[in-house]
Design a protein around this ligand. Structure first.
Ligand code: ZN
Ligand code: ZN
Length: 219
């Protein structure tokens, strides 16, 4: 029987200007939350994820969160920049050309640049659980419904921008701990998603950390 792996499919490293997560934090919290892998999906970039993947002893899935004309899309398992500002269908094509999976992340979250109903069968998966999305239960319910309607895989990620959030949402997949097997398991819908919204204390802490980073940057 194949091993099961536990993965947080949406984490921002410190290479995203709004995140405070260092490579050390990734290792620490992966261990703490028993994660086998983490997808780093920084905004409109890929170098940071590729660099971290080489440096730490943890399976990193290099990914990128792309701002399209109509909302955010995660390109999972890509190794090149996907241009921002394109139409949704062109962005999905670019991700596929780059050998990645197109994930409709937080499709119904408020204040987040969400896709809403601009999701088509061409996507590979829907992030039905995103810990940072608000209102959490409504977002989860609507995303699950559209995933079922389009018969798309369902995955989970925290959208963590601070260490304590890593692993609060995750998918469990029937796969070996390598990228090829994990992405195959997504496509074959051998994944189950779990997770909770970020606790209010974490949200407040995150705001303080971001403010701190902002003030240091200004000096
Ligand atoms: Zn986003
Ligand atoms: Zn994100």
């Amino acid at each position: 029987m194949k091993k099961q792996v536990k993965v947080d499919f949406h984490v921002h490293s410190h290479h995203s200007s709004d995140s405070t997560i260092t490579p050390k934090d990734l290792v620490k919290y992966a261990k703490k939350r028993s994660l086998d892998a983490i997808a780093i999906a920084d905004h409109n970039q890929i170098e940071g994820a590729l660099d971290i993947a080489k440096k730490i002893d943890l399976l990193i899935i290099p990914s990128t969160e792309i701002s399209t004309k109509s909302g955010h899309i995660v390109g999972l398992n890509v190794r090149k920049i996907i241009p921002r500002g394109l139409r949704v269908e062109d962005t999905v094509d670019c991700i596929h050309d780059a050998g990645g999976l197109a994930v409709a992340c937080h499709p119904f979250a408020w204040f987040k640049g969400s896709l809403g109903n601009n999701i088509t069968e061409n996507f590979d998966a829907i992030e039905t659980i995103n810990s940072s999305s608000f209102p959490f239960n409504r977002c989860k319910g609507k995303a699950t419904k559209i995933a079922e309607k389009l018969n798309l895989a369902q995955i989970a990620g925290t959208d963590a921008h601070n260490p304590q959030s890593i692993g609060l949402a995750y998918s469990v997949l029937e796969a070996k701990p390598n990228i090829e097997d994990i992405t195959k398991a997504i496509l074959e819908k051998r994944s189950q998603s779990f997770g909770n919204p970020l606790p209010i204390s974490v949200r407040i802490k995150q705001q303080f950390l971001l403010l701190n980073k902002y003030l240091r940057f200004r000096k």
